[in-house]
Each structure stands twice: as C-alpha cells, then as structure tokens.
Write a protein that binds this ligand. Structure first.
Ligand code: DC
Length: 221
C-alpha cells in the first residue's frame, strides 16, 4: 500500500490539490480536518465549553465518527448523520482548532485514520499525518503559502459564492489558527524531517497540482 501525507497550514490548498492528485493517481483522498471539525460541531451543538478539557474528553464517548465514500467523495458521518456540509463554517473551524489541541481528541481519531491507510493507497491531508499518523508514509509533502496569499484566496472563494468576506478578519483568523496549530504540545503542525516543502504562494492551482502529482509519482515508484 502507498501512503502520501500532505500536511500544512489552513488554506494552503491542501484539500483541493490532494483531491485532484488522488483522482489522477487512483488513490483514496482523506481529509482528516473534517474529523476534528465533526468533534467541534458536536461540541457546538451540545453547547459545551471547549476550553473545559474534561467536558470535551467526556463527550468523546457520545461521538461515533465515520468516513464513507460517495462516488469517490468523502462524507463524514457523526452519530449516523452526514455532517459534511455543516462542518464548513468559520465557527466550526475555530472550534476544531481548539479541541484538536487536546491529546485525547487526537488519540480518539488515530485508529480511524490509520485504518484507511492499511487497506488503501491513500493521500491523507492534515497537520500531523507525516509526523504522527503515518510516519511510515512513502511520500511526505508539507504544503504551504504565505498567510496573505491564503487569506486572499479564501476571500476570493467566499466572494465567488456570493458571501461577503472581510480580508483583514480572514487574515487575522488564519494567523491565529496557524499559531494554535503549530504551538500545541501534542502533534503540532510542523514539517516532518523527511518531507518535501512545497510553497504555492507563487504557483497557480494547476501548477500546484502538477507539481504534487509529479512528486508522488517520482517518490512512490
Ligand atoms: O484542515 P482543516 O482546516 O479542516 O482542519 C480543521 C482543524 O483541525 C485545524 O485547525 C487543525 C485541526 N487538524 C489537526 O489538528 N490535525 C489534522 N490532522 C487535521 C486538522
């Protein structure tokens, strides 16, 4: 089995790039951020205080999270409900960033993530895939772009959907999330020592997909 780990900060384009590369290579694409988001959503729905670690850890017993594939597309199921669309809000992003710093939350999701890589060729994207989840991955990529470029892309994306977007607020959120994700004690966001760093600040989307696909083909053979 071949495992490709793609890690990097929020908004670097990991999921859109990995999705296309996986389709081209015939691998399964897994977005692990969606799992942390589902836990965030559960906490919001239950009005839990996410800064109360014990409350969040106790709530894990009440969560059953699964991934299914619908025409190659990943869907996340939280307690028998498909929450794939609901987890895409900024509020869920912020909550996921906080709860993902709790070691028990990370441990809770570990076997689910590893299980997919045991049975399939996968491209898995997240923050700690190359360092913790799949340290044996044959290909490790750390995908990044400047915070300003990531905020500009996110603003454009929202505006294209007809949603009003505030570039400065988005930039502030990105910087805060980068800080949280890279300064937590457990599995902080950082490039694995054997990863290839790809900076997409000055690359178009098509160039990024081509570069990643090429890297995987070269390293996985
Ligand atoms: O990739 P994303 O923005 O959907 O991730 C949501 C949050 O989950 C993000 O703030 C960091 C966290 N996360 C993580 O800690 N480890 C992962 N493997 C994936 C996401």
């Amino acid at each position: 089995m071949i495992s490709v780990a793609i890690d990097g900060p929020a908004g670097a384009g990991k999921s859109s790039i990995a999705k296309l590369a996986a389709a081209e290579l015939g691998y399964i694409y897994i977005d692990t951020g969606a799992l942390y988001r589902s836990i965030g959503l559960f906490c919001i729905n239950q009005s839990l205080d996410i800064h109360d670690k014990n409350a969040v850890v106790s709530a894990l017993d009440k969560m059953e999270i699964n991934i299914i594939f619908n025409d190659q597309e990943q869907r996340v199921i939280l307690n028998d409900k498909d929450v794939s669309d609901e987890i895409r809000t900024e509020e869920v992003s912020r909550t996921a960033s906080v709860v993902s710093a709790i070691p028990e939350v990370r441990a809770f999701l570990l076997s689910l993530q590893r299980g997919f890589a045991e049975k399939n060729n996968v491209i898995m994207d997240g923050r700690d895939i190359g360092t913790v989840v799949l340290p044996q991955a044959q290909v490790k990529i750390f995908l990044t772009a400047s915070p300003e470029e990531r905020a500009a892309r996110r603003t454009k994306q929202l505006e294209e959907k007809g949603i009003t977007a505030d570039y400065n607020q988005i930039l502030k959120d990105i910087i805060e999330r980068d800080y949280n994700d890279s300064h937590r004690e457990t599995a902080p966001l950082k490039p694995a020592s054997d990863s290839v760093i790809v900076d997409t600040t000055n690359l178009s989307f098509e160039q990024s997909v081509a570069q990643i696909t090429e890297l995987i083909k070269e390293s996985a053979e």
